[in-house]
Design a binder for this molecule. Structure first.
Ligand code: FES
Length: 113
């Protein structure tokens, strides 16, 4: 079965330098990260104890939660060894007319209700 993606265009302008920011997509908060020349979008709440991941920072391809410093891989969402958890990651595409974040069809209803 092929996954159907819905792409949502961001309504914000993002810096060209590295950053970790909270953004809103259709009213929902996400964590947006630029690490080098790559953009990532992940859930904004840490699964450990609810820390706000957009208050964290990047290190060696991982997003670090500012509360207890648990680490999540920016590409896979997997927690570092021993954590046994993960965060949701959303594909990001930079097009000529803007930046888009992809959501699996059906997820939008669940995410944005
Ligand atoms: S709340 Fe994020 S590591 Fe504990």
């Amino acid at each position: 079965m092929q996954l159907v993606m819905k792409w949502v265009k961001l309504e914000v302008t993002l810096p060209k330098h590295d950053f970790v920011h909270q953004i809103k997509v259709e009213g929902r908060k996400l964590c947006m990260v630029r690490d080098g020349n790559r953009l990532f979008s992940v859930q904004n709440n840490c699964p450990h104890a609810g820390g706000i991941l957009s208050g964290g920072w990047c290190k060696n391809g991982y997003l670090i939660c500012p509360i207890h410093r648990w680490e999540y891989h920016l590409e896979t969402g997997r927690g570092a060894a021993g954590q046994g958890d993960y965060i949701d990651v959303y594909p990001v595409e930079e097009q000529e007319d803007g930046i888009y974040i992809g959501f699996k069809a059906g997820w939008l209803k669940r995410l944005f209700r």
